[in-house]
Design a protein around this ligand. Structure first.
Ligand SMILES: NC(=O)c1ccc[n+]([C@@H]2O[C@H](COP(=O)([O-])OP(=O)(O)OC[C@H]3O[C@@H](n4cnc5c(N)ncnc54)[C@H](O)[C@@H]3O)[C@@H](O)[C@H]2O)c1
Ligand SMILES: [Fe+2]
Length: 403
């Protein structure tokens, strides 16, 4: 990258980092623990709310995950409207369809029940409800909503995205196949219910890939240049919890303690990256999600080691510290470079132990131009990555990702 572009990127990142320190991001009120979901209907009622819209997806409905919550709302004399058509990599069409139900049913609050897709879809339904004249496409980027959402309850059923803690919602345009983040302080949910019992039936491949998504949040936040004491603390705790618990949840899905630890890790990583940003792993993963429908966690899990290798020495120090925090990855006496390399190898080993592939299916050289354009537009100048990447360098990485 030429020197002018570098100075521009680093200047923007510097001012954003200061801005985020002056305007601290709120955290959701967290209700956590096994079985805590059963308390939600009374809690919602105690806030004077009567008619939620529950946003979820068909897969979650099919396995009956929201059924006890819906039944207990009926018992509590509450009417709950449901939108269950959210697709992975949720689309603008999903949002408009959910908004229609929200308006027609005169809803007064939103329950996001599911993985990142349902939570993000629900966030932008809320944004459209308070900004009816702003189309979703115009919300792309930063601070285009600036209005309080209806009371918002996030109930994650995967342990990955951390959307229950973040300022972000990532939306796809089904016509252009572009996937982009919408970021605004008002998108942080008001309440998050972390009930590990909801994650016990997560299939193995979703457990593994969503878990590595959380790890990617922690790592990208920690190695970036916009950390605070809080983000460092959250990212290191998340990294340790993930190395200690992810493989166990993959092998023994019924282990409630391990599931609970992964849920906490995903939340911590969300708190970290929403203040300290992500990096090129996410920028490329979002683009591939829009273009090929590659599941978000899978894309991140595959891309993460390649980008960390590409950062090279520029990321060695923070990666070495993460290796120390995670425990069991390196020796105290190892050099910084060796610790960092062992950390990257530990991620590769973790991926391999959970049958995560090393290449992106369907990635075509013909698409490199559009991928590079979109990914660099998302990442530069905002993401405070350890080393800035230009077009040529991204193409080199994409070539390595091809089957
Ligand atoms: N807003 C943010 O801060 C943020 C951060 C990272 C990623 N994201 C976005 O989140 C989306 C990905 O979310 P995700 O990885 O959680 O996956 P997802 O929400 O797309 O869900 C993946 C699949 O898992 C199933 N599922 C979910 N919970 C289940 C459970 N408990 N049991 C059985 N099946 C279950 C769903 O039905 C779905 O088929 C992407 O669009 C990504 O870009 C958002
Ligand atoms: Fe992510």
């Amino acid at each position: 990258m030429n020197i002018c572009s570098k100075v521009w990127c680093r200047t923007v990142q510097f001012f954003f980092a200061i801005g985020l320190k002056i305007l601290p991001i709120r955290k959701p009120e967290v209700i956590s623990g096994s079985g805590k979901l059963s308390e939600l209907p009374d809690f919602i009622k105690s806030k004077g709310l009567k008619k939620p819209l529950l946003v979820t997806d068909k897969g979650i409905m099919k396995i009956g995950l929201p059924a006890p919550l819906l039944a207990s709302m009926v018992s509590a004399d509450m009417e709950c409207a449901v939108y269950d058509e959210t697709v992975p990599n949720p689309t603008i069409d999903n949002i408009e369809a959910g908004l229609k139900i929200y308006n027609e049913s005169n809803c007064d609050c939103i329950i996001a029940f599911g993985g990142g897709s349902s939570m993000d879809c629900a966030k932008i339904i809320g944004a459209r409800a308070v900004k009816p004249n702003t189309p979703v496409g115009k919300m792309k980027g930063y601070f285009k909503i600036l209005k309080t959402l209806p009371p918002f309850f996030a109930i994650p059923t995967t342990s990955g995205t951390g959307s229950e803690a973040t300022v972000a919602a990532v939306i796809s345009n089904s016509v252009t196949h572009e996937k982009y983040p919408i970021n605004d302080f008002c998108l942080v949910p008001h309440y998050a219910v972390l009930d590990p019992l909801l994650t016990l039936k997560l299939p193995k491949h979703i457990t593994s890939t969503t878990g590595v998504d959380a790890l990617t949040h922690a790592v990208e936040a920690y190695i970036g240049r916009s950390n605070t004491g809080l983000t460092r603390d959250m990212a290191t705790k998340a990294t340790k919890l993930i190395f200690e618990n992810l493989k166990e949840t993959y092998d023994n899905g019924d282990n409630v303690d391990a599931r609970e630890n992964m849920q906490i890790a995903a939340y911590y990583a969300g708190v970290a990256f929403t203040r300290a940003f992500v990096g090129y792993v996410h920028a490329i993963a979002h683009t591939l999600g829009g273009l090929y429908g590659t599941p978000h966690g899978l894309a991140n899990a595959i891309i993460l080691p390649y980008i960390l290798d590409w950062y090279g020495k520029s990321a060695y120090k923070p990666l070495a510290r993460l290796a120390d925090f995670a425990g069991g990855i390196c020796e105290k006496s190892d050099t910084i470079a060796v610790k960092a390399q062992k950390f990257i190898q530990a991620i590769k080993d973790l991926n391999q132990s959970m049958d995560i592939p090393t290449k992106i299916k369907g990635l075509k050289e013909d698409d490199f131009k559009i991928i590079v354009k979109r990914a660099l537009k998302e990442a530069n100048p905002m993401y405070p990555v350890p080393k800035l990447m230009d077009k040529k360098q991204m193409i080199q990485v994409l070539k390595q990702l091809m089957e």
